[in-house]
Design a protein around this ligand. Structure first.
Ligand code: HEM
Ligand code: HEM
Length: 208
């Protein structure tokens, strides 16, 4: 955890922030795949029920980790964003990701409450249906849930591409500050050269 007495922003994310970040990434990947592939073994079978209940439980875990992450964010200093438009875009992207994560989990819970179902967390405890939402359309809630989940996938795609671009092309420390144990990821010269060549070709082709 960063020293609360120091006023300077830290150079890297601390251990809790890194754990929360990669835990959300893994959980969201698993929850998304379970949601999309729930019918692979046919409709109504044991596999579908297992995938759905695991989807709900891991989805609740995403919600809990996001809340912990936001508490960390409010009480600790994060590394600074870059100056200018690029830094502003990164900051906006992070805010959009937090909003989409909260919206996806909340809408998923509302879909279940709409049906009057309590949500079980691996049989350990249940989140009861707290409000009667029978006046809302299940179809609309589910479409909004899926829309937000797909939004996460798209924004994360851009976010991950930006992180890799920083690492391989700009060759700065942005990706390293979210990597555990200060591990130094190799930077392939070949990838850097390939991207640099593509950039030059694009620049020559465009009448700018
Ligand atoms: C970030 C976390 C989540 C992601 C990325 C996610 C993603 C998805 C996706 C991609 C689908 C498939 C949509 C479709 O085929 O129409 C889906 C379905 C669904 N999700 Fe989620 N979801 C999340 C969390 C939750 C939570 C917390 C709940 C409720 C506890 C939930 C409840 C549902 C329900 C009820 C469905 C419809 C299928 C079914 O009845 O199982 N989701 N979700
Ligand atoms: C579901 C997947 C992911 C989600 C939801 C996510 C979300 C976020 C959020 C919200 C932040 C801002 C942290 C903060 O300051 O509060 C962040 C930072 C970061 N993420 Fe991700 N991320 C995901 C996947 C990835 C992947 C795959 C990579 C790398 C390829 C990555 C690399 C980074 C880096 C390097 C930062 C620090 C950026 C900076 O210091 O400006 N993330 N991520």
């Amino acid at each position: 955890m960063s020293d609360p007495r120091s006023t300077a922003a830290p150079a890297r994310y601390d251990a809790p922030a890194i754990v929360f970040h990669w835990l959300t990434a893994i959980l969201i990947g698993a929850v998304y795949v379970l949601g999309q592939l729930r019918f692979v073994g046919g409709r109504g079978g044991a596999l579908m029920h297992w995938m759905e209940s695991t989807h709900y439980a891991l989805g609740l875990a995403v919600g809990a980790v996001v809340v912990l992450r936001l508490v960390w964010r409010a009480t600790n200093k994060a590394p600074e964003h870059e100056q200018g438009l690029v830094g502003l875009a990164a900051y906006a992207g992070h805010i959009v990701l937090y909003v989409l994560m909260i919206a996806t989990v909340a809408l998923g819970i509302l879909v279940q409450w709409r049906g009057g179902h309590a949500i079980s967390f691996f049989g350990l405890f249940q989140v009861p249906a707290l409000i009667n939402l029978s006046f809302l359309s299940r179809h609309t809630l589910l479409s909004m849930h899926e829309f937000a989940a797909n939004g996460i996938v798209i924004v994360v795609g851009l976010h991950a591409a930006a992180a890799l671009l920083h690492h391989y092309v700009l060759r700065d420390e942005i990706l390293h500050r979210m990597i555990p144990f200060n591990l130094q990821l190799p930077r392939s010269r070949r990838v850097t050269q390939w991207v640099e060549q593509a950039r030059r070709m694009l620049r020559d082709a465009l009448p700018l």
